[in-house]
Design a protein around this ligand. Structure first.
Ligand code: ATP
Length: 353
């Protein structure tokens, strides 16, 4: 549907703001280098204040970078105003025209472009079909649920066939259940429309569910750009490991290639290019170990709680308190507080940082 899928490239992009409290300049975004492939769904992810919205707004043209250059396809766009860029934004607040019906809201951008009425009718009808609002052209937007309003906002952005679609936390005003179903819808619509999408969220499960690539930011710095799977299994650092999913960190020392000594016990762990003898943190995901009466790493159960799908444990291993989730606990031995247990690691679950 989109006339041309466009990629986005940020080269050495920085944005400096003045801190209103101290009056000092600081980098809201620092030296960001990002390549977004045409047709991909990419999410800017990170805690509040990390610079993700600022990055998105620079792509849209609502903010201009202090350093670096942004490209849309092959075109350098720093000097272009938002309406001259081949982008469209879907906002958290929907930003619909309240006294217009659905048709007029979606047709608005096409009328501005002075398209003929019959073309507008066809395009609006097609897009409303795509977002699941067929037959609702005459409904006023103030008679719609939050999810329906967000579909109208999405249709209005898509109908002008932008090269890149930008989303600024579009689901944060919806309740938890609707958020989950709408994110699946957004992904389906993006794929059917075959459009490049850049999406901002602070919700890591939302990012994992919809993205081809995640861009994880922290304090204005891009910490990692990768698939969600790579970020989960091979985080670049402790921040990423902790931000994407839950992580335990066990202090260890690399004793051989892919072997780490933790609490005087040798365990198998991906060590990459780390030197023998290097101190490291072993990243253990809660589902990455099982408990049994004998095995690899000894610990004492400090907390044990049935959660339905899994048994939730805290296990003291040396000075560390390790969180373990054992799935399908029905047919497994349940350990209680005070029990001595052994953690066993399946192949390839441990990763050293
Ligand atoms: P959130 O999830 O809370 O929206 P974010 O990751 O999107 O956070 P940004 O909105 O990009 O973060 O803000 C990055 C930093 O820049 C924050 O410290 C914010 O307070 C600051 N900031 C944003 N806009 C301005 C501005 N116009 N003037 C000064 N500081 C700003």
């Amino acid at each position: 549907m989109a006339k041309e899928k466009k990629g986005v490239r940020l080269e050495h992009i920085s944005k400096i703001y003045k801190d209103p409290k101290t009056g000092k300049d600081f980098y809201a975004v620092k030296d960001a280098n990002i390549v977004i492939e045409p047709g991909s769904f990419v999410t800017l992810l990170g805690p509040s204040g990390c610079g993700k919205t600022t990055t998105l707004r620079m792509i849209a043209g609502f903010e201009s970078p202090d350093e670096g250059e942004i490209y849309l396809g092959d075109e350098a766009i720093n000097a272009l105003t938002p309406n001259k860029r081949d982008t469209a934004m879907v906002f958290q607040s929907y930003a619909l025209l309240p006294h217009y019906n659905i048709f007029d809201n979606v047709a608005y951008g096409l009328r501005l472009r002075k398209m003929p009425a019959d073309v507008i009718k066809q395009k609006v009808t097609d897009i409303l079909g795509l977002v699941g609002l067929e037959g609702m052209e005459n409904r006023m937007t103030n008679q719609l649920s939050g999810g329906q309003q967000q579909r109208v906002a999405l249709a209005r952005a898509l109908v002008i066939e932008p090269g890149v679609l930008l989303f600024d936390e579009p689901l944060s005003n919806l309740d938890a259940k609707l958020r989950v179903s709408m994110r699946t819808e957004i992904r389906r619509i993006q794929q059917e429309a075959g459009i490049t999408a850049v999406y901002v969220t602070h919700d890591q499960s939302e990012a994992m569910a919809i993205s081809d690539q995640v861009i994880i930011m922290n304090g204005g710095i891009v910490e990692q750009i990768s698939t969600p799977q790579e970020a989960y299994y091979y985080p670049n650092n402790k921040f990423v490991a902790d931000f994407i999913g839950e992580a335990n960190f066990l202090k260890g020392k690399v004793s051989a290639q892919d072997t780490v000594e933790v609490e005087k016990t040798e365990i198998k762990c991906a060590t990459g290019s780390m030197d023998i003898g290097a101190e490291c943190n072993v990243v253990l995901r809660p589902e990455g170990a099982t408990l049994s009466d004998s095995g690899e790493l000894k610990g004492i159960v400090k907390y044990s709680c049935f959660m339905g799908a899994y048994q939730d444990y805290h296990v003291a291993v040396g000075d560390a308190l390790v969180k373990i989730q054992e799935y399908n606990p029905k047919n497994k031995k349940i350990y209680n507080v005070g029990d001595e247990v052994f953690l066993n690691f399946e192949n390839n679950t441990l990763y050293a940082l």
